[in-house]
Write a new protein. Structure first.
Ligand code: SF4
Length: 439
């Protein structure tokens, strides 16, 4: 008889051993330098300002560490990831290069769970895995390295409690996102357990309308069918609701959605019933919140444009773009290749999966460019983007006058002019050495 799987949820103690490999693939001397310089980097006419919190979060750092440690621990065994470890092409490709295979998703090796043998090792990503997926793997008796982030597990605890206590879990998220699929599957462990995933306030309003008796069942199920538990019935299952979120949603929107639902429950059943029919716990993870707060702060301090680096299917990266766009032009790029030229950038359109091109995107003159990155973006990729922008765009436009001291473009063409960036005073009126550089 097959032994149940061994589940490992901690480091193998090989962190130091894999450190050089991780450094070679993901770390960036330039980003370290920028951080040491007060998150600021100036070159020619461009000033880059890095958000105080950006890039790899604690959950992603840990998942990648464990994947490399697993390879070091079991060099001769077949090692699989259930799906993308995080939403970053570079990271997933690197894992393939070291011999880790994928069971599902865009990097699938064609090996299915049915083919998993007792001697194999299967890594679960930071998003976690669905309950039934986990059960199938456990039956195989393989070694399971579970890198599910602790913040995702906190959401699961809430959703478990909702299911146990007869509340439908209303999850603010994307129903087909790996994390949300894993989270919603928790509801189905309980008799009558139900879930409903709402994408945004617009969808939440439709749920509220239904709670308050203004909905049409057919229309409701047409819209929410794929986002609801298999035998979800809005007439039966919206009487007691508990809110949760995918950990990487826009925190302000999650809070608004919870408030909307609470008001709908109150309007339908009366304020006295709210405690018995409505529950809410904020399950946005602290790393997501910190990145959203940091981009707000950076935007408020004033940048001319924002570049947000991250995978196009990365939910938390998308929200950083949404926040940025409320303050300035913002471009969501996946890597340096998106910076095509000084005049042309390729980027993901907000609220859509379309990749579009924008021209012009980099105005002339002195510019402050805000930089941030989603929780699954390695510093190396951010460095490459900054380097590419510098290569193509740091030089002043032809004919511009530049400060001989710092390289910034001078705002005036007069012979006596003070550089607004470094304060250096140019005086070419005597035709002497202080003549501003003309490009
Ligand atoms: S974004 Fe948050 S929940 Fe997701 S892996 Fe990172 S820390 Fe964990």
């Amino acid at each position: 008889m097959t032994q149940p799987a061994e589940i490992i949820r901690k480091s193998f103690g090989l962190k130091e051993e894999v450190k050089p490999q991780l450094a070679a693939s993901y770390h960036s001397p330039l980003i370290e330098k920028i951080k040491a310089n007060g998150f600021r980097h100036q070159t020619g006419r461009l000033t880059f300002r890095l958000a105080q919190e950006f890039g790899f979060c604690y959950g992603v750092d840990r998942a990648i560490d464990y994947a490399y440690e697993t390879k070091a621990k079991f060099p001769d065994r077949r090692i699989f990831l259930t799906n993308e470890i995080i939403h970053n092409q570079r990271v997933n490709q690197k894992l393939r290069e070291i011999g880790i295979q994928f069971l599902y998703g865009p990097y699938s090796s064609g090996v299915s769970v049915d083919d998993i043998r007792q001697n194999d090792v299967v890594i679960l990503p930071a998003f976690g895995a669905m309950v039934k997926e986990m059960a199938e793997l456990q039956k195989k008796g393989c070694v399971i390295v579970d890198t599910t982030c602790g913040s995702v597990m906190s959401v699961w605890k809430r959703v478990d409690a909702y299911g146990r206590d007869g509340f439908t879990a209303v999850i603010h998220g994307k129903y087909d996102h790996e994390e949300t699929r894993a989270t919603s599957s928790r509801s189905l462990q309980y008799d009558g357990g139900q879930y409903l995933v709402v994408r945004d306030k617009e969808q939440a309003q439709k749920v509220c309308d239904y709670i308050e008796g203004r909905g049409n069942k057919e229309e409701f199920m047409r819209e929410f069918g794929p986002a609801a538990s298999p035998d979800f019935d809005p007439d039966r299952d919206l009487g007691r609701v508990g809110c949760a979120n995918q950990t990487t949603m826009l925190s302000t929107e999650s809070l608004e959605i919870a408030n909307m639902l609470q008001q709908a429950v109150s309007a339908r059943y009366g304020q006295s019933e709210v405690a018995a029919r409505f529950r809410h716990f904020d399950t946005i993870c602290s790393a997501t919140q910190d990145r959203q707060d940091a981009i707000l702060k950076l935007a408020a301090e004033g940048v001319d444009l924002m570049i947000v680096v991250g995978g196009y299917n990365s939910s938390n990266t998308g929200h950083l773009v949404e926040i940025s766009l409320q303050h300035c032009p913002a471009y969501h790029v996946k890597d340096a290749e998106c910076i095509i030229s000084r005049g042309l950038i390729r980027h993901k359109k907000v609220f859509s999966m379309d990749e579009i091109e924008t021209s012009p995107w980099l105005p002339e003159g002195n510019l402050t460019i805000g930089i941030t990155a989603g929780a699954s973006t390695p510093n190396r990729v951010i460095e490459e983007v900054i380097t590419r922008v510098v290569e193509l765009g740091a030089a002043p436009a032809t004919g511009a006058l530049v400060c001989v001291n710092c390289g910034a473009e001078l705002e005036s063409r007069s012979c006596k002019v003070r550089c607004l960036r470094c304060g250096y005073f140019e005086d070419c009126s005597d035709g002497g050495n202080d003549t501003p550089n003309k490009v």
